[in-house]
Design a protein around this ligand. Structure first.
Ligand SMILES: NC(=O)c1ccc[n+]([C@@H]2O[C@H](COP(=O)([O-])OP(=O)(O)OC[C@H]3O[C@@H](n4cnc5c(N)ncnc54)[C@H](OP(=O)(O)O)[C@@H]3O)[C@@H](O)[C@H]2O)c1
Length: 391
């Protein structure tokens, strides 16, 4: 409808245009297709006409009301509705299908002003488009935050990942939600973090903390495929069983019920060559004191401290003696370091899935209104594999 008015305006004089517009709007009002009143100005009529005649879209989104202090509270976020404007040229509209809930969300929110939409990535379907490169029906992966509908200007990248939304590659019959896990950011974290930072060699021993989560379970499988002895540390017997019986880990240690240092000496008497650290804190100190000379440590995450205030972080064992005497190489990394190789990671992980060399598991929470519970549940360790919310 907007286009009709624009075309009319282009072709006719202003007086002719006013006359014709008035007739069209009156007739639409009389037939009930718009709700403009006689008192409304002509421009208000035109605006109402053009917005009401195209489908109006309302997005639901979670707004950050307070920064998280210790454990996040439901009242730190507020679910609100927002009416979206019509699409401009090159823009497209997406509807979320799956959301990712990730550990980084807990500490990183502080980097943004209050009132922003809660940060996060989603798989979304394109439902309207004015951009031929993003046609209706295709899916994208985007760091669009916790919101159900989003208008995307393809030129804009998100301020956190510095990444533009991208089309989900052709993954055949595999679930699209994998674009948030094994075929997305966590999958690339496992792939690049292990290969580029740990530089694993066949016959070596690797320990992975947070082993039953999205990144950890993936790292262990790649390491196993490369011929390493793989030991996982995680928080329940069910997770330990899953790692050893289904994911191919050689051993798993429940840090909540077992003495990690003693158990590690039993299962890795030869010492540890690589440590993929997802949790930090005392678990990491324990592992690093059992490492071999020239061992490599990839600091991927530090979830044991995420609920702590940055000014009063928990104290843990001093690590310098272990790093110094065994000449360890300890390197932190953030996966966006490899944004220029993003597709390589996705394609390699996809190939491993197709070859039966990489398995995945998702813990799926249903309902957008349950985002917060899924987020807190993941931080509490309720997930096995990737924590996902299905709209
Ligand atoms: N550097 C990067 O670019 C990058 C990218 C992605 C993720 N990460 C990091 O990688 C780590 C894993 O991420 P993910 O997405 O795969 O999450 P995840 O492991 O799927 O889920 C988080 C898990 O952390 C464990 N956990 C929670 N509190 C803990 C604590 N105090 N001590 C030990 N474990 C605890 C829980 O499992 P348990 O039952 O075992 O306790 C929980 O299931 C996180 O630290 C995350 O920040 C880093």
């Amino acid at each position: 409808m907007d286009n009709i008015f624009k075309a009319v305006r282009r072709q006719l004089s202003w007086n002719q245009c006013r006359f014709i517009t008035t007739i069209i709007v009156r007739s639409l009002r009389d037939t009930g297709e718009i709700t403009a009143t006689r008192a409304d100005s002509r421009s208000t009529w035109i605006r109402k006409c053009s917005t009401q005649s195209s489908k109006m879209v309302k997005a639901r989104k979670y707004v950050v009301m307070n920064y998280f202090v210790n454990e996040a509270k439901p009242t730190d976020l507020k679910l609100v509705e927002e009416e979206l404007p019509p699409l401009q040229n090159e823009e497209y509209l997406v509807e979320a299908e799956f959301f990712s809930v990730d550990p980084y969300m807990r500490p990183y929110v502080r980097n943004f002003p209050l009132g922003i939409t809660m940060i996060g990535s989603q798989v979304a379907k394109i439902v309207e488009s004015k951009n031929p490169a993003f046609p209706v029906g295709k899916r994208i992966i985007g760091n669009l935050g916790w919101r159900t509908h989003t208008i995307i200007d393809p030129k804009t990248e998100d301020s956190f990942f510095k990444q533009k939304p991208y089309l989900l590659p052709d993954i055949g019959d595999l679930p699209p939600s994998l674009g948030l896990g094994v075929l997305g950011m966590p999958g690339n974290t496992a792939y690049f973090g292990l290969l580029e930072i740990c530089k694993p060699k066949s016959g070596e021993t690797i320990v992975i903390s947070g082993a039953a989560g999205a990144v950890g379970s993936h790292v262990g499988q790649i390491a196993k495929n490369l011929g390493l002895n793989v030991i996982g540390i995680c928080g329940s017997d069910e997770k330990c069983k899953w790692l050893t019986e289904e994911m191919g880990f050689d051993f798993a240690i429940n840090y909540k019920t077992m003495p990690v240092a003693a158990r590690l000496r039993e299962v890795a008497p030869q010492g540890v060559d690589c440590y993929f650290d997802n949790v930090g804190g005392d678990i990491s100190g324990t592992v690093m004191y059992q490492m071999n000379p020239f061992g490599r440590v990839a600091i991927c995450g530090s979830i044991s401290s995420y609920n702590a205030d940055i000014k009063s972080l928990p104290k843990s064992t001093i690590l310098q003696p272990a790093i110094l005497t065994n000449q360890l190489k300890v390197e932190g990394f953030i996966v966006k370091r490899w944004l220029d190789r993003w597709n390589e990671g996705i394609m390699q992980n996809l190939q491993w899935i197709r070859e039966g060399k990489l398995r995945y598991r998702e813990t799926v929470t249903k309902g957008f209104e349950n985002m917060f519970d899924a987020f807190i549940g993941m931080l509490h360790g309720e997930n096995i594999g990737k924590a996902i919310v299905q709209v």
